[in-house]
Ligand binder design. Sequence first.
Ligand code: SAM
Length: 258
Amino acid sequence: MRRKRPRTRTGGPTAGSQDPALAGEVLRQGLRRLGLEPTPAQLEGFAVYLSELLRWGARINLTGFTTEAQIVREGFLRSMSYRVAFDPAPGMRAVDIGSGAGFPGLVLKICYPEIDMLLVEASRRRASFLRSLVRQLGLPGVRCLHGRAEQLHGEVEHRARYQVAFARAVGAPPEVVALAEPLLAPGGRLVIQVGRRRATSFSEDRRTLIESGLTVGTCVTQAVDPGMQPTELLVIEKPHGGHSLELTSPTRELSGRL
Ligand code: SAM
């Protein structure tokens, strides 16, 4: 990851004692711990991603991360932790709601190019960043829509069309479920990262979702870098056939590998 360091006007993430080579090594090792041997093209994709985050981040608030290592750990590797909660397959339709700077959707797309990925982002500036980056990466099968996820609920192209939905830091789980559930195909899965600050209200949210007739599971993935905490994911499945939000639906919890 040896790219020209962009100039910064704000003293944001490009300032100070950053080390792109170290960030590249943290990424490579983290991906290996996740069982991925990244191709040169994927590593180049991440190098472009990091460089563009730093360049745009000097002008607009994209991520809140202040160092390259933070971007790699909390942006790239944390996003990759979502992998334990779904099985990528060719042609799988996935949507990332409130993608921000592309976490986790664009990161997953770089590692699993066979997924058809839609990034939905309400902020115009972040959506512009995503569109520009997607063009530079030259990846087929990824689109960015500027708008709110709820605007897609009534559209035939999007309603009940996705096998998997992702969200991170977009809202409390019940709010995110309301945004994602209409977009999920029957049997589709929503994967949400549970923030540490939400830990206390988490069990209550989980109970509410189960009482609403959804299938809910959790999984905690191991930290993929010594500088990281484990990642806790909430996995919500939409039942096959019928409406998932009826209060009378039977409830169960996911088990097995989650
Ligand atoms: N998921 C990214 C991450 O983990 O870094 C971004 C998190 S940021 C805190 C939340 C993002 O969700 C913002 O960029 C915001 O514009 C977007 N957002 C919030 N509500 C949304 C909605 N209903 N539809 C689409 N985007 C939404």
